[in-house]
Design a binder for this molecule. Sequence first.
Ligand SMILES: NC(=O)c1ccc[n+]([C@@H]2O[C@H](COP(=O)([O-])OP(=O)(O)OC[C@H]3O[C@@H](n4cnc5c(N)ncnc54)[C@H](OP(=O)(O)O)[C@@H]3O)[C@@H](O)[C@H]2O)c1
Length: 187
Amino acid sequence: MNPQFSPKETTGGSVVLVAAMGLNRVIGDGGKIPWKIPGEQTLFRQLTEGKVVLMGRKTMEAIGNPLPKRTNVIMTRQKGYTRPGCLIVNRFEEAIAMARTFGTDLIVAGGAEIYSLAMPAAKIIHLSIIQREFPGDAFFPEISAAEFFQKSAELVSGSIPYIYTVYERCPGTCIFQIRNSTPTGDI
Ligand SMILES: NC(=O)c1ccc[n+]([C@@H]2O[C@H](COP(=O)([O-])OP(=O)(O)OC[C@H]3O[C@@H](n4cnc5c(N)ncnc54)[C@H](OP(=O)(O)O)[C@@H]3O)[C@@H](O)[C@H]2O)c1
């Protein structure tokens, strides 16, 4: 483990977004992540291993294989979609229910469409802000200052420095509603 890291523990039972973006909010370009920062990938692994990890169908197909040591869940509107080693959901609520069944946080690992969909339910956002602008076509959604506060920010130096930032939802600001249920950002 890179000693520079001190990834913040998730609280359990929450919707947690994990992402990396450039200074211009770019997260992807042509289906790919436009950088490779080894330590940042280590952080991603530490935050996601053992958890239920939700990805959009496009992100999963770009990665190719399910992430090891995680319950991989793909979100798609396609009925009957299958992919080896992955569970499939058509609705975000199903992913939340799945995480509840497995007793872990629901980690939302992109891409842009799925981050936007999950943001209203997010309790915590782990965001690595890479200190460069990148060309791209997929962007991380704005984080509302009325709904989230910055809990910590840690500069990680290297060939491409980044700031590992953790945001937490302000109490009482969750707008996500599940019919016939009572979630408030916690699951
Ligand atoms: N930097 C990072 O941290 C990071 C992390 C992950 C991904 N990325 C990048 O993000 C980009 C991909 O993002 P993206 O927004 O194009 O695609 P995406 O979010 O990965 O996947 C989009 C797909 O998700 C499904 N979907 C979206 N909304 C849905 C809903 N309401 N209900 C059911 N299914 C729904 C649809 O699948 P169907 O078309 O099958 O219906 C849709 O085409 C790539 O460039 C990738 O490299 C970056």
